[in-house]
Design a protein around this ligand. Structure first.
Ligand code: SF4
Ligand code: SF4
Length: 301
């Protein structure tokens, strides 16, 4: 079973649109949306949710108001300014926890003289298993300001693997998060290949190098595709030269076209709305990727 991850150095490069197009081309695939901070693969693939699970991670303090004497010790000890003093309409004071700030360190729990504070498991979001026209899909939604997105990514990947094994699927296609942070690392580890989608701009080229460094650090064979290559052919040439110099695979390039926007507005894949040139470019990139996966996981020069 192959795991193919699609990522980008920054958001807005067309990564998810390409993943949705690949979902249409792939056979016997399980889809995993690991861009849990801004999941939007579901907007293009219209999944029908069949399982929904709550996601808990980390700890958060909670004050039992009946036991609290409003002494203020917890407020003074919290280094994250997470305990706030409130005054109600009857001029009565109380302390409450600001959940967005609480780091779950447990100091307030330890030192409250009334044992009025408990540590609770924090609700951070949900993950779902759905059916799409192209295969089962595991996706998630992180709560606003919730952390531990790396752990949620791992949960999504584990479930995708479980389904792939159970249903004897030959590929897991992963829409990864942008950037080089913890969720990207959680998406990257153990995949057979990573496709980095970039744009021919100075910042795109800079971000690409950082992502290539990351893939190299984890020993994951990387392929690069340049979206909107014709908006700056000379930077496209430079990106392709850098990719080859590093021993990674130039998977192809896609010209600028508004079909990416049209596909998003119509909740379809680019293959359904794109012109012949766009469709051919994407088919060619997919063939390049699948051939390289069949050959193996070594780097290609
Ligand atoms: S330390 Fe305990 S008793 Fe004092 S304000 Fe905080 S929760 Fe209330
Ligand atoms: S658990 Fe730590 S961060 Fe959270 S409110 Fe208590 S002292 Fe502050």
């Amino acid at each position: 079973m192959n795991e193919l991850l699609v990522i980008s150095g920054k958001g807005g490069t067309g990564k998810t649109s390409l993943t949705a197009a690949f979902a249409r081309l792939a056979e016997n695939v399980v889809l995993a949306d690991c861009d849990v901070d801004a999941a939007d693969l579901h907007l293009l693939l219209a999944p029908e949710i069949r399982e929904r699970h709550e996601f808990y991670s980390g700890q958060q303090a909670q004050i039992n108001q009946l036991d609290c004497t409003v002494c203020g010790i917890c407020n003074a000890l919290c280094r994250f300014n997470a305990i706030e003093l409130n005054k109600n309409n009857n001029s009565e004071f109380s302390y409450t926890i600001n959940s967005a700030r609480c780091e779950g360190c447990g100091v307030c729990v330890r030192f409250c003289p009334e044992n009025a504070i408990t540590s609770q498991t924090r609700h951070c979001g949900q993950w779902m298993v759905s059916d799409t026209a192209y295969g089962p899909m595991v996706h998630a939604k992180l709560d606003v300001a919730a952390e531990n997105s790396g752990k949620l990514v791992t949960t999504v990947r584990d479930e995708a693997r479980r389904i792939a094994q159970e249903q004897n699927r030959s590929m897991i296609l992963i829409d990864g998060p942008p950037g080089i942070g913890c969720p990207v690392i959680a998406s990257l580890t153990g995949v057979n290949k990573v496709l980095i989608v970039t744009e021919p701009t100075l910042s795109g080229e800079h971000d690409l190098k950082r992502v290539l460094d990351l893939a190299d650090h984890f020993g994951i064979p990387a392929a690069v595709c340049v979206n909107k290559w014709d908006i700056n052919p000379s930077i496209t040439d430079s990106i392709e030269a850098e990719t080859i110099k590093r021993g990674s695979l130039v998977a192809g390039k896609i010209p600028w076209d508004n079909s990416f926007t049209v596909a998003q507005l119509q909740a379809k894949t680019i293959l359904e709305v794109g012109n012949e040139q766009i469709v051919n470019s994407i088919n060619s990139i997919w063939e390049c990727l699948t051939s390289s996966l069949l050959i193996g996981t070594e780097k290609h020069v």
